[in-house]
Design a protein around this ligand. Structure first.
Ligand code: GLN
Length: 222
């Protein structure tokens, strides 16, 4: 069986677990909460939930998980949502005083809390490439979400595949300059999936199904 871990230090891990359990029946998947290096060692893939990126990084450090997580990023499948997306980024702006430890793994520059105070939290209908029934919009739930500022994959790194952008009227102030990277809210690079919103806070399990089908299962069988 395939084991998918949910990093359960802080944030919306229980919601991810519920959602994954709903889609896992057909796929022979065990879902486990990860709090220690031993928990992580059992996993074939991992979800890092939304929450508070600085807190998650600090708790990972205290739990002895930072180095094992960095190693996991290099070899296994990870999906980061919101705070989890920040942790998987290569660099971050708007970090809290004292800095923000990152795991890296995805070649993007990201702005913490980048949508500005008027739109701290909002929902947006998203078209997502590759989702089941992809003509039916997926409700993106954004909560003090990060903004992807730029995609920075070098030629030697796996290419970044953008799978969703927010509608043009929602493009945040911090990326108003024209550019192909504008308003990206979901992408894949190599084994990793990154979403700046919270699919686990909807009752639509298509994103979890996508993760299992497109990211986890192919990596196990290859
Ligand atoms: N603003 C949070 C952070 O910086 C992320 C918010 C979220 O995960 N919903 O970590």
């Amino acid at each position: 069986r395939v084991v998918i871990g949910i990093l359960a230090l802080q944030g919306a891990f229980a919601e991810h677990q519920d959602m994954l359990q709903k889609v896992s029946g057909r796929e022979k998947i065990d879902v486990v909460q990860v709090r220690t290096p031993e928990d992580l060692a059992r996993c074939d893939a991992l979800i890092i939930p939304g929450g508070e990126s600085t807190t998650i990084a600090l708790l990972a450090r205290l739990s002895g998980l930072t180095e094992p997580l960095k190693e996991f990023v290099r070899t296994k499948v990870i999906w980061g949502t919101c705070a989890g997306a920040i942790l998987l980024s290569q660099s971050v702006t708007n970090a809290k005083k004292g800095g923000q430890e990152l795991l890296g793994g995805v070649s993007v520059r990201i702005a913490r809390n980048g949508w500005g105070s008027q739109v701290e939290s909002f929902e947006a209908p998203l078209q997502v490439h590759g989702l089941r029934d992809s003509n039916v919009p997926f409700t993106g739930v954004f909560i003090r979400a990060p903004v992807i500022l730029s995609l920075q994959a070098t030629p030697s790194e796996p290419a970044i595949q953008v799978i969703s952008r927010v509608p043009a009227n929602l493009v945040p102030q911090c990326i108003v300059e024209d550019g192909p990277d504008q308003a990206v809210v979901a992408l894949r690079q190599g084994r990793h999936l990154l979403t700046t919103f919270h699919p686990e806070l909807t009752d639509d399990n298509r994103f979890h199904e996508y993760f299992v089908r497109e990211c986890v299962v192919p990596s196990i069988s290859s």
